[in-house]
Design a protein around this ligand. Structure first.
Ligand SMILES: Nc1ncnc2c1ncn2[C@@H]1O[C@H](COP(=O)(O)OP(=O)(O)OP(=O)(O)O)[C@@H](O)[C@H]1O
Length: 499
């Protein structure tokens, strides 16, 4: 009896039970923590927000739908293109005489947008329309026609379930700058503060060049300067848009130069030998880029006959550039200031369409070789070209010799890319699934999706945080168990000895 009392005083708890309880609690805690960690890291179906931009270009309109994770509205989520739709027919500026058709033309793509954006998101999805050089030109020649086209387009867009934010003409400067933002945003260069890529955009009616140059602070030519503060970095961007230097308008200018005498036959070195089409003087001279030069005594039509000669085509194309006057320290052409070229460049839109067709997107190829290949292509007969490419749109096909020659002339003579710097250009269509062009940059800007300052980021990602807490708790429980065993195990052993 006294021995039993002594034992109870020395060992007041039922030790094995206590240990079992501690172990059970410990195991339950570990299982609970691991479960929480696993559930926390399990991917939940992503919810997205959306934005829509219509690019109303001179040659056609395209609709782009962008999406980004809904919970990362605070400028940290990645915006990506989820759908695009090419509007059938020509650009909205071509509907000047029947504006209602401009609105009608958008219906099919707007229908696709309704099927892409979830219904519950539609009312909060911003919808923008930006028009470029085609509408800039229409506005110059007939501003009331331009207003009527916008009215028709607005009516169509206001009737959509989306949050319509307006339709307007972008300035050339905006078109250049937003194209640059798109390229650098998609390449993740802005967020990380990396060296940027210049942007070369070739449209149907205008062309843009935009890049950062250490030698440009905006003082020499303020109209070419755009300042941004993005993710905590300041950028002083050089940008210029050449109205009338898109490839369709340059083709008109080159042909206008060859029809100044009002001839009925034009032998054109930029078209393949064997090409022969009868064209209207009125159609050729219908644009403000050439209208002032229409010959007085022009007949109604002319025969446009191909000659297929690259060297002569280069000369003809060069005639539309003016290199004779420059009131700045240096110019590209037409008296426009341009600082020295700097950095890699992404060349998109028609740059890509044309060079991709010609199999000339590889810029590691020496420039001389590129010219030789193009020369060979231009020298090929029209019959052979048609036979080799039976599925290609004949209008594009007839123009690739001219378009390739214009691209090389613009890059080398116009912007001053040399045999050495030509390899800095990369012809691109898409970056990580999104089309290169001004639309994404435009939407990012209007929705304030790129903050001026770098957003504060947590020191650890969520998964890392959960893992570390789990690990630390397991270690702590292990330590507790160890201490408990050290304290109680000797007593348990003693107890058996006593008993
Ligand atoms: N596959 C192709 N091959 C050749 N040319 C093409 C092809 N697709 C489009 N183009 C032409 O490329 C040019 C540029 O097209 P893009 O859609 O970028 O210009 P746009 O937006 O209509 O013009 P702008 O920006 O001057 O208003 C246009 O002349 C168009 O007709």
């Amino acid at each position: 009896m006294s021995a039993q009392r002594e034992m109870k005083e020395k060992n007041p708890w039922p030790t094995p039970v206590t240990i079992i309880i501690i172990i059970v609690i410990g195991v339950i805690a570990i299982v609970a923590l691991v479960t929480v960690a696993v559930l926390q890291n399990k991917s939940v179906p992503q919810k997205y927000k959306y934005g829509i931009v219509l690019d109303a270009g001179s040659s056609h309109t395209a609709l782009y739908i962008y999406q980004w994770p809904a919970e990362k509205d605070n400028n940290t989520g990645r915006v990506e293109q989820t759908h695009s739709c090419k509007v059938k027919g020509k650009g909205i500026s071509s509907y000047a005489s029947e504006p209602w058709k401009a609105g009608e033309s958008l219906k099919e793509c707007m229908g696709e947008a309704e099927n892409t954006v979830p219904k519950e998101r539609a009312h909060e999805t911003p919808l923008y329309l930006g028009a470029t050089a085609g509408m800039r030109l229409l506005d110059i020649v007939n501003s009331s026609a331009s207003k009527n086209v916008f009215q028709a387009v607005e009516k169509a867009l206001q009737n959509s379930p989306f949050s319509y934010q307006g339709a307007r003409i972008l300035s050339g400067q905006e078109e250049g700058a937003f194209g640059w933002v798109t390229v650098n945003y998609l390449d993740d260069r802005l967020k990380q503060g990396l060296k940027t890529t210049g942007a070369l955009d070739l449209g149907g009616a205008s062309t843009q060049i935009s890049f950062i140059s250490d030698n440009f602070d905006g003082s020499e030519s303020p109209i070419n300067s755009v300042n941004f503060r993005l993710y905590g970095n300041d950028y002083n961007l050089y940008t210029h848009s050449f109205l009338c230097y898109g490839k369709d308008q340059v083709l008109k200018m080159v042909l206008a130069n060859q029809t100044q005498s009002g001839a009925t036959t034009v032998l054109d070195p930029c078209f393949h030998s064997g090409y022969n089409e009868t064209k209207n003087y009125s159609v050729l001279y219908d644009s403000p880029c050439v209208s002032g030069r229409k010959p007085q005594e022009a007949p109604e039509k002319f025969d446009h006959i191909g000659k297929g000669n690259f060297q002569e085509c280069q000369k003809a194309v060069k005639s539309v550039f003016n290199f004779t006057f420059c009131k700045h320290s240096r110019c590209s052409f037409n008296g426009v200031f341009q600082p020295p070229l700097q950095g890699p460049f992404g060349a998109f839109s028609a740059y890509y369409f044309v060079m991709n067709f010609l199999n000339l997107t590889d810029t590691s190829m020496p420039l001389e070789t590129v010219k030789q290949k193009l020369s060979q292509y231009c020298g090929t007969s029209w019959d052979k070209i048609k036979r080799q490419h039976p599925t290609v749109n004949v209008k594009y096909l007839a123009e690739y010799c001219f378009s390739g020659t214009y691209i090389l002339t613009l890059l080398t003579e116009g912007y001053d890319f040399t045999a050495e710097t030509y390899s800095n250009i990369k012809f691109i269509k898409k970056i990580k699934g999104s089309d290169a062009g001004w639309t994404l940059g435009y939407m990012l800007n209007l929705t304030n999706m790129i903050p001026a300052e770098a957003p504060d980021s947590p020191p650890l990602p969520h998964a890392g945080y959960v893992s570390i807490v789990t690990l630390m708790t397991i270690l702590l429980i292990g330590l507790l168990l160890f201490v408990a065993l050290r304290i109680f195990w000797p007593r348990c052993s003693k107890k058996t000895q006593i008993v």
